[in-house]
Ligand binder design. Structure first.
Ligand code: PAF
Length: 297
């Protein structure tokens, strides 16, 4: 399809439009979003476009994934601008439902939800209890409505990506999950809809997260502890950045094995607060053998 995306806000409209556009048997690619779209989302749409003839994006600020006292009310809602981004990226259908359309019983909680299991209670899940239950519930619902062949999520929300892969595997959902590279500002800050909350000083300080990850990557050839120390040293130089967590773990977030072979692939994840704003970031690490006390590896 060419031109402006078709904007639909109800499940019925979505079904009718999908039936029309997918009549030719094209693969359907899906990019779920909460709106406030930026270049990072645009890149997800491009990845979906490479893999599918029809691209659907959803714009829905999902109340179920926000905890009490989080930024649900002030989360930016910019549908007109979002539609422009979708048009530029050649998205075919934008699904922008109301809360009641997705959760008919709202404000009563839905009675059936998707529990993320143990991985949903660590890292982001520990700081934001119930967050991943909300994410997985809405993603499962959106998959049921859009029935995509392929869905694209950013690697920036790394724990979310791992959990969505688990959701698809455990519930046997027939959708391929693609994790797309994190897009960054020229100074390294990962693109995020929440960056707009930062004031000028916080914005300048926020780059420390990326620098910490770079230091960790450099030090990783000396092992996980060396990578953590290097990242901590960098973060320590930015006193107004309040660290929530900094970990090195296996790429599936299952922890590191006790005995590591040189060349083991791992992931570093970091979360920190700048004033009222929480930022997260992560990177791949290739771990080498730690230095022993005598300096020999
Ligand atoms: O990553 C997001 O923007 C949201 O968590 C998602 C996947 C759209 C679910 O609301």
């Amino acid at each position: 399809m060419n031109g402006s995306p078709v904007l639909v806000s109800t499940r019925d409209e979505l079904q009718t439009t999908l039936a029309m556009v997918s009549a030719h048997g094209d693969r359907v690619g899906f990019v779920p979003t909460m709106g406030a779209l930026h270049e990072g989302h645009a890149s997800l749409m491009r990845v979906a476009r490479e893999r599918a003839g029809i691209v659907v994006a959803s714009v829905f600020v999902n109340p179920l994934q926000f905890g009490a006292g989080e930024d649900l009310d002030r989360y930016p809602r910019t549908l007109d601008l979002d539609l422009k981004v979708c048009e530029q990226e050649g998205v075919d259908i934008v699904f922008a439902p109301s809360v009641e359309e997705v959760y008919p019983s709202w404000p009563a909680q839905p009675s059936v939800t998707v529990e993320p299991g143990p991985l949903g209670t660590v890292l982001e899940g520990k700081v934001r209890p119930g967050h991943f239950r909300g994410v997985l519930t809405v993603v499962a619902k959106l998959f049921g409505l859009v029935r995509p062949d392929v869905a694209v999520f950013g690697q920036k929300d790394y724990q979310q990506l791992v959990l969505i892969r688990q959701l698809v595997a455990d519930l046997c959902l027939p959708v391929e999950i693609v994790g797309a590279e994190t897009l960054r500002e020229p100074d390294g800050l990962a693109l995020s809809s929440r960056n707009r909350y930062l004031d000028v000083d916080q914005r300048a300080e926020a780059t420390v997260l990326h620098r910490a990850l770079l230091r960790a990557q450099e030090a990783a050839s000396y092992g996980a502890e060396a990578a953590l120390d290097a990242a901590r040293a960098e973060l320590g130089a930015a006193p107004s950045v309040e660290l929530d967590y900094l970990v090195v773990t296996a790429p599936d977030l299952g922890g590191l094995p006790a005995e590591l072979e040189p060349g083991t692939e791992a992931r570093m994840l970091v979360a920190a607060r700048l004033g009222a704003t929480r930022l997260i970031d992560n990177c791949a690490l290739t771990l080498g053998r730690p230095l022993t006390l005598g300096g020999q590896s």
